[in-house]
Design a protein around this ligand. Structure first.
Ligand code: CO
Length: 136
């Protein structure tokens, strides 16, 4: 498996509208897209820094895993996403072979048309880890 860069950091927030001004007015970043990912019950807002993005995640309903995360741990960094060069499915097979527990057994479609899959934080020393690659 070859990781090429940190694709994005996922940050759980209660409200995009209340969070975006901090990133824009204080940090000077520009929100370039807002997208709802119905599958994950979130609305996302994207910022770019070099080739890395920040992905703000707002729950769209109480059943969203992001809502559960905020309730338990408060707002803050939720996951770390690595870009893989050689296919998410290949990477999953490789890490599963090394005994890593998977949340997603197969890649699924995430925001921005990426193929994504999550590794279980119990196997990744507490960091919810996402592997992703531009979908084909
Ligand atoms: Co993500």
């Amino acid at each position: 498996m070859e990781l090429t860069h940190i694709e994005h950091l996922g940050i759980a927030v209660k409200s995009l509208e209340e969070s975006i001004p901090y990133y824009e007015n204080v940090l000077g970043l520009k929100c370039y897209a807002i997208e709802e990912v119905a599958d994950q019950k979130v609305r996302t807002a994207f910022f770019k820094i070099g080739q890395t993005k920040l992905e703000l995640l707002e729950p769209t309903c109480p059943e969203s895993t992001i809502a559960g995360f905020i309730e338990k741990r408060g707002e803050g960094i939720h996951h770390l996403a690595f870009a893989v060069a050689d296919g998410v499915a290949n990477a999953l097979a490789e890490v599963e072979g090394k005994g890593i527990r998977l949340i997603d057994k197969a890649p699924r479609r995430g925001a921005e048309g990426l193929d994504i899959a999550f590794l279980h934080p119990k196997s990744t020393i507490g960091v919810l880890t996402e592997l992703c690659e531009k979908g084909k």
